[in-house]
Design a protein around this ligand. Structure first.
Ligand SMILES: Cc1cc2nc3c(=O)[nH]c(=O)nc-3n(C[C@H](O)[C@H](O)[C@H](O)COP(=O)(O)OP(=O)(O)OC[C@H]3O[C@@H](n4cnc5c(N)ncnc54)[C@H](O)[C@@H]3O)c2cc1C
Length: 210
């Protein structure tokens, strides 16, 4: 048995060319962890002229960034009204706005830096397979539509056509969202950060296999 990640098999975005850090280094900002969070931080800092170095304990990617499902979601699983209830009106609506705009930012970043990560922008479907799930989807649809989001609840034959099954009773289509290959995206972020001047030092072999 061999453990291998499907996302890196036949990947088009090459692994970034990096060197293990050997010795001391002085920098303005040190980012610990070369996943999506750390690499995006490094990319944006270096693009704004800040000297930055990323230290990664394993390879790029090692953590969840290279192994997740690849959904580029517009928001949390938590319905927007519940976010407002938890954070208050101002911060809650700000969180809803920022999260709703996240896919547009991700896809713009991919385009700007030519990241080869097989992005699709055809939307995603959140599926309801029982009455409770469908009620929840309808509730979410109402709250998102009230905020101007391009979402649609699909039922009946149209739902069967899209999902390929009658077991799914309703699907909430969110056209802001999409998918990508997360391992390629993470590699591409590392390359883009390097191009902007960031130093990226992984420690291949010490973390999990890429
Ligand atoms: C099963 C699963 C499916 C998911 N599906 C999706 C999805 O479809 N869409 C989505 O948006 N999100 C999804 N997520 C969530 C997403 O993967 C994470 O939010 C994201 O990867 C977090 O990125 P990160 O950079 O913060 O962490 P990580 O990707 O885990 O990166 C952290 C890095 O820090 C390194 N590190 C840790 N400690 C040190 C140290 N002391 N020194 C140096 N380096 C260190 C690790 O080796 C690692 O590479 C999913 C998560 C899981 C588990």
């Amino acid at each position: 048995m061999q453990e291998q990640c499907l996302w890196t098999q036949g990947a088009q975005e090459p692994a970034p060319v990096t060197e293990t850090l050997d010795g001391a280094l002085r920098t303005r900002v040190c980012v610990v962890g070369g996943g999506i969070t750390g690499l995006s931080t490094a990319l944006h800092l270096s693009a704004s002229g800040t000297e930055v170095c990323v230290l990664e304990a394993g390879d790029i990617p090692t953590g969840g960034s290279g192994r997740n499902v690849g959904l580029v979601n517009a928001g949390l699983w938590v319905p927007p009204d519940d976010i407002v209830k938890a954070l208050g009106e101002a911060d809650g609506e700000r969180a809803n706005r920022v999260l709703g705009g996240a896919p547009a930012k991700v896809f713009a970043l991919i385009e700007r830096h030519g990241i080869q990560c097989h992005p699709t922008r055809t939307g995603t479907l959140h599926l309801g397979h029982n009455a409770k799930g469908c009620e929840e989807l309808a509730r979410r649809r109402d709250q998102l539509v009230a905020r101007g989001a391009p979402v649609e609840l699909i039922e009946g034959e149209a739902c069967e056509r899209l999902t390929g099954t009658r077991r799914i009773r309703a699907a909430l289509c969110d056209r802001r969202a999409g998918t990508l290959n997360p391992a390629e995206y993470t590699r591409g972020l590392a390359r883009a950060a390097q191009t902007q001047g960031a130093a990226v030092h992984p420690q291949p072999g010490d973390g999990h296999p890429a």
